[in-house]
Design a protein around this ligand. Sequence first.
Ligand code: GLA
Length: 406
Amino acid sequence: LRSTKIGLTPDVEARFAAAFGRAPRFVARAPGRVNLIGEHTDYNDLPVLPIAIERGVGIAFAPREDLRVRFANADPRFGEREFELAPEIEPYPPGDWGNYAKAAARLLAAERGARLGIDAFVSSDLPPAAGLSSSAALVVACGLALARANSIPVDPLDFADAMARAERYVGTASGGMDQAISLAGERGRALKIDFAPLRIERVELPSRLAFVVAHSTVVAPKSGAARDAYNARRTECAAALARVARAIGAPAPASYPALIARCGAPRLLEAGERALDLTLGRRFRHAVTETARVERAVAALRTADLARLGALFDASHESLRADFEVSCAELDELVAIAREHGALGARLTGAGFGGCIVAACCSEDVARLCDGIARDFHARRPLPAGLDTLVMEVHASDGARVVEAA
Ligand code: GLA
C-alpha cells in the first residue's frame, strides 16, 4: 500500500482479501494524540494543547453498492461486526468496539446523506484505554472511510466537530479535543485548540524538546467505570459554572471563556471560592488555573523556555490530582519517577483514572528517561494484556488522511 504503514498490519492486503474476497481500494488512517496540557478543559469550552502522534488506527476499505457496513479486525480480541447504514442504528451492548463504527456511520447517514456501506479491515498500533485517544482515532478513521465511499467532502475542523458529536453515541460526554487533533494535527507542531466555535492555532515545537509517554499499567476503558467518573466531572464543572455566573450576575448563557474574559482569572477564582462548596470549588479552580497554564505553556514553547514548560506540566498534574481528583497512585508514582530520571516536568495525559503520563525532556535525555522508567516502575509490575510498549518517545505528527491502496 502506498500509504504510510503506521497503524496497519503488514499483511493487511492478504487479510482483507481473506475476509472479503477482494482487494481494498483505499486506506484511512487516523492518529492518536498526546495532550501536552489543558486537561478536562475542552468540554468547558476552554483551550487544550495536544499533538497527534505517529501511532494510530488504520482502516483498509472498499466501498460497497448497498447499505451494508462490514468490519473485520486485525486484533483477535475484537471480532467481526456487520450492520446497516441508517440515520438511527441500534447500538451493540455497552463497551463493544463496534459502537465506535456505528457512531460514525449513524452520523454520516443522518447528517451527510451517506447511503453506501464499506467492507473494512481495522488495525491499530495504539494501546486501547491508555488515554492516547484510540477511540476517537477509530471513529475518525471509520468516518473518513465512509465519507470517501460516499464522496462526502471533508473539511478537517467541520468533520472534527461532527465526529465529536458522533462519538457521544457510545455514552461518554467527551469534549472535542481528540477528534480535532486527530484530523488537524501537524508534524513538528502542537495545536492550541479553542472550542465553541472550534479553532486552531499552530505552535512550533522547539527542536531540543522531546516527549516521552509512559503507561501506568492501569487500564481505564472509556466505556467502563472511568466513563461515569468522567461524566460526573463534566456535570460538576457545569454546576460550578452556573453557580458562579449567578453569584457575579453574569449574563446568560454563561460560559467559562465568557466569565474569564469578564473578570480575569484571579477575580474569578475569588468569586469561585465565595460561591462554591468544597468539591465544586476544587473542580472550578482546576478549570480556571489549567486554562492559564495552557496560555503560559504556549508562551514557553514560543520562547523555547523548556524549564518553564516542565514546571507547568508539574503544576497541571498537581491540580489534576488534588483539585480534579482524576489521578491514581500509579500515575503519581510514575510522574515522580519521571522527574527523578531527567524529565523537565511530567503529568497524566488524557482523561486520567489510569492510562499514561507525558513527560517533557531534552532530546539528549530521552534514552536515560525511558530506561529509568522501565527499571524503576515497569520492572516491578505485571503487564496488562495487549500492550506492546509501556514507554516510548512520541513525535508531533500529521493528522488523518485517506489514500488510495496502490
Ligand atoms: C478524554 C476526552 C477528551 C478530554 C480528555 C480530558 O480524552 O475524550 O475530550 O476531555 O478526556 O482532557
